[in-house]
Write a protein that binds this ligand. Structure first.
Ligand code: G6Q
Length: 547
């Protein structure tokens, strides 16, 4: 098994760490105004392109030495070896003893990757073919409900990795979706989610996709049971389940136990992490919405960036550069967050999706060997589509006291051409990146005739770093590229930090904690409580008040 040579020993012990700190000491006091003045060609030089994505990283607080050292740091941390280990199916998820093979989910038909004696690419395409046949039959009306009515509504029931990807992808690709289908997502165990998403639907026309890797998750199983009751309350016979429920899971036994025929189950494998699963069978709702051909285009987009990440030198490697810059700001500038700001309304759920991808992957405080890290790991990711965010939280990015590196994402062509909307949208991307980098000096403000007492308030310090990411248009292929870009950026960061980006013990904790308390809430007589005094009092207060 390969390990991360440098990363596993701790980032600070890598040979380039010291030089990087020295470089930081010389770069940090410099303003981007000065950096650009001394290096006027950087706006054209510090641009990397791959598979139609264009990353302008010139407005970062780095010089050429910084970039060289970051690239060397990646080498010292074993990024290349670890990437090869991932792509070849080694068990790099050490705490769960699993391979990490989301890249196999988008390998083209005919490629072969043998893991534990099985060709996983062949397995992937076997499931994709079944998904495609099923999606087509729903889309063309051949697959009908129990009463013979056409399926008009698809409800995906899942949570976390079995929800966020499908929701994000559905919203992102709505332009390409079959508008005769209503596609909704129920995730929260709060009954409101189920009730509001189903209140106007006819059970005879509704298909539930129960998406759960384990098929044991409390929220999903509770919602799935409620869905079955809701369906059968109208459709009557148990036999209706076979026409109105399909499952996406790795756990055939639990699927059968729930009452779903395993012929109606689409499988995936333990080497697909939940947050890396939107391109597996977990994407079934996406495929039904946009059709198998478009889904295949999305997979091709993922694959194009996989190949780029795997083979391109890090100097020109988009995911590696983005990951390394995140490490640079987190470690050397103490930046605690990264804002992702898509100027594309269809990407409204992209920041939420990235929150799970980045924070569940790299929110770790120990290295692969279990030793505590002595540096910051995964920054907090957040964001909203532009231009909306400009009228709210951008104030803090421009003039607050926190340094927040931003990723601004936009497309050369809008999907809904209307007047000059798109030029106005894109003008805002450029204006924001420019203002964040260069600000407005007190002299410039004074020259506008602003009274002295207001000058400090109207001065913009600038020197706020941004990445500006452009693609031609948002389509399934581009979405695949964007997601793969962030997946491999996360992997780059995790490798530098020497952590396991593929486990999620914090999530597992949540899955068990509440189980102890449920019976205490539901007991008919006051239960004996053994928690701390606050938890005990909360339980008693809740029992009194809920009636
Ligand atoms: C993802 C996490 C987590 C998981 C959900 C749902 O990487 O493990 O978000 O996806 O808890 O789990 P199931 O798919 O097993 O229901």
């Amino acid at each position: 098994m390969s390990s991360a040579p440098g990363g596993a020993a701790g980032m600070r012990s890598l040979p380039s760490w010291g030089p990087l700190q020295e470089n930081h000491a010389s770069v940090a006091p410099r303003h981007l105004r000065e950096i650009f003045a001394d290096d006027p060609g950087r706006g054209e030089r510090l641009v990397a392109e791959a598979a139609g994505l264009r990353l302008d990283y010139s407005k970062n607080r780095v010089d050429d030495e910084t970039l060289g050292l970051l690239v060397t740091l990646a080498g010292e941390a074993g990024l290349r070896e670890r990437t090869e280990a991932m792509f070849s199916g080694e068990r790099i998820n050490v705490t769960e003893d699993r391979s990490v093979l989301h890249v196999a989910l988008r390998m083209p038909r005919g490629r072969s990757l043998i893991v534990d004696g099985r060709d996983v690419v062949a397995d992937v395409h076997e499931v994709l073919d079944r998904m495609a046949a099923f999606s087509r039959s729903v889309r063309d009306g051949e697959w009908t409900g129990h009463t013979g009515k056409r399926i008009r509504n698809i409800i995906n029931i899942g949570i976390g990795g079995s929800d966020l990807g499908p929701v994000m992808a559905y919203r992102a690709l709505r332009h390409y979706s079959d508008r005769d289908l209503t596609v909704r997502f129920v995730s929260n165990v709060d009954a409101t989610d189920f009730v509001e998403k189903t209140r106007d639907l006819d059970p005879a026309e509704t298909l539930f996709v129960i998406a759960s890797k384990t098929f044991t998750t409390l929220e999903t199983m509770t919602n799935a049971r409620t869905a079955r009751e809701w369906s059968l309350a109208t459709l009557g016979e148990e036999a209706a389940v076979a026409r109105h429920f399909v499952a996406v899971s790795t756990n055939a036994e639990e699927v059968a136990g729930f009452g779903i025929d395993t012929d109606n189950m689409f499988g995936f494998w333990d080497w697909v992490g939940g947050r890396y699963s939107m391109d597996s069978a977990i994407g079934l709702s996406t495929m039904i919405a946009i059709g198998p051909e478009r889904f295949a285009e999305m997979l091709a987009g993922f694959h194009a960036i996989d190949e780029h990440f795997r083979t391109e030198p890090y100097e020109r490697n988009l995911p590696a550069l983005m990951g390394l810059l995140n490490v640079w700001y987190a470690e050397l500038f103490g930046a605690e967050t990264v804002a992702v700001l898509p100027y594309e309304q269809y990407l409204e759920r992209f920041p939420a999706y990235l929150q799970q991808l980045t924070m569940e992957s790299n929110g770790k405080h120990v290295r692969l060997d279990g030793a505590a890290v002595d540096y910051a790991t995964g920054p907090i990711f957040w964001g909203e589509p532009g231009t909306n965010g400009q009228h709210s939280f951008y104030q803090l990015i421009h003039q607050g006291t926190h340094l927040i590196p931003c990723d601004l994402i936009f497309f050369a062509r809008g999907l809904n051409p209307l007047g000059d909307h798109h030029d106005l949208l894109v003008a805002n991307v450029f204006a924001q990146a420019e203002a964040l980098a260069f600000g407005k000096t007190a002299d410039e403000v004074r020259a506008e005739g602003v009274p002295d007492r207001l000058v400090p308030h109207k001065t913009f310090e600038g020197n706020r770093p941004t990445n500006v990411l452009m693609a031609e248009r948002l389509d399934p292929e581009t979405l695949g590229k964007l997601v793969a870009l962030y997946e491999h950026s996360v992997f780059t960061q995790g490798t530098i930090w020497g952590i396991d980006s593929f486990d999620q013990w914090g999530v597992e904790l949540g899955k068990t904690l509440a189980k102890r308390i449920v019976p205490e809430l539901q007991a008919t007589t006051d239960p004996e409580l053994g928690h701390d005094s606050s938890t005990n009092a909360l339980i008693r207060a809740y029992r009194r008040r809920r009636g």
